[in-house]
Write a new protein. Structure first.
Length: 137
């Protein structure tokens, strides 16, 4: 499909503006790139590390004077949950980025097929009309 032409294509009562579809395809491709970059950036950080910097915070802090062992375990649990939440978010962002790219590809391919079919039909009709006119005269 030649994305440079700005025409409306009609095939079987379906009308598309090829230039507009190309803009939508470009939007979803850019969206996929941005969402992937955001996911990769999140994945590059160790979220929740603040709860597990020490090799064994439970044993070192739990026995210290004035430190509540339950509070230490809650901090560790919160850090693990936060880390898990960020991992899940990264996974979802990657899935959404892939879906946006898949959608862009499907739109591009479909618009190309419609435009190609429309061009083929127009070429066949033009040839038939030319033959009809030649036979008529």
């Amino acid at each position: 499909m030649d994305e440079s032409w700005s025409v409306t294509t009609r095939t079987a009562d379906v009308a598309i503006d090829v230039a507009q579809v190309s803009e939508v395809v470009a939007f979803y491709r850019r969206t996929a790139l941005v969402v992937t970059a955001a996911a990769d950036d999140l994945a590059s950080h160790d979220f929740g590390r603040w709860g597990s910097d020490d090799p064994a915070p439970d044993t070192e802090l739990a026995g210290a004077e004035g430190v509540d062992p339950v509070e230490v375990r809650i901090d560790e649990y919160a850090a693990q949950r936060y880390s898990s939440l960020c991992s899940g978010l990264v996974s979802r962002l990657h899935a959404h980025a892939a879906a946006a790219d898949d959608l862009a590809t499907a739109l591009h391919v479909t618009a190309g097929h419609l435009a190609d079919a429309d061009l083929e039909a127009a070429t066949l009709l033009t040839a038939e009309i030319s033959r009809w006119q030649a036979d008529r005269w």
